[in-house]
Design a protein around this ligand. Sequence first.
Ligand code: ADP
Length: 328
Amino acid sequence: MFVKQHDDSLDSLLRPANWDEYIGQEKIKKHLKIILDAAKKRKEPSDHLLFYGQAGLGKTTLAHMVAKEMNANLKVTSGPAMEKMADLASILSNLERGDIFFIDEAHRLNRMIEEVLYPAMESRKLHIIIGKGPTTKTFSVDLPPFTLVAATTRADLLSAPLRSRFGGIFQLDYYEQKDIENIIKRSAKLLKLAIESEAVSILAKASRATPRVANRLLKRCRDFCEVNNLKKIDGDAAGKTLEVLEIDDMGLEPHDKRFLRIVIEKFNGGPVGVNTLAAALNEDRRVLEDIYEPYLMKLGFLNRTSAGRVITPAAYEHLGLKNEAKLL
Ligand code: ADP
């Protein structure tokens, strides 16, 4: 087990360093600042915090900002990286007063590890069990005050006892078009790129309302301009970059279109159960639920109903297909 470090240099260059640079999510910023200011006043670590929402919306960035705001060290790991109780025990026993302990993909923590976390979060105790059967011994070690910050794409998969131990729970939503445009402009400035406003709006619309995607599209545009000796990213360069990437104007990728077409062609637009659909697409159900469906639902192209997944008229229209969608 290792404690992963985010050391990708471009990523850290683009990562907002303060609240003003963290664009959008105003309600979360406001609420979070109150929690952190109050903790600072009390000279105590803040309550444990949970951030949930789709990948790339800024959960890790918030964890970094919490650490910065609290002037604390950030220790980073993830649910799947901790396989044994000893993995967690070794991180916990090395925590120092005030540290921020960040667990990404918290829904993938195994139950045994969660059970070590509960007393650590609640009463700052680390219970260590040695041996098996009648010779079992339990030691209890006091931990310094620390803050657990957890991030997940699937809060519904966190166990209720774990969820209930967070003092602040924040849901990150998809971003508004204007916020994504501002993120693209800010990143272009940091990367010293000249970009026209038409290109900003084309890229923002195709960014799946997600900052990480926006930054990725901007970087691919930079490549396109470099290869073609263009000094400026204009609308034409942005459009051509999307064409090369096979991303359409609303950010749909080939896998999204395949998803929509299969529901339309094989299941008459739905309703179709998620397991049947996963089998037809030869994908894991979790991939559909975590990656494919949220953005299609955000666009209003897909509905999850009790009878199964249903494609909406807006999706037929976007794909240029005859509108045979059932009225819902
Ligand atoms: P997550 O942890 O939710 O997957 P990250 O925090 O890693 O997402 O964010 C992905 C990238 O998007 C970051 O490198 C950062 O540069 C950018 N980003 C995320 N949120 C914002 C924001 N609110 N304002 C500006 N850039 C952002």
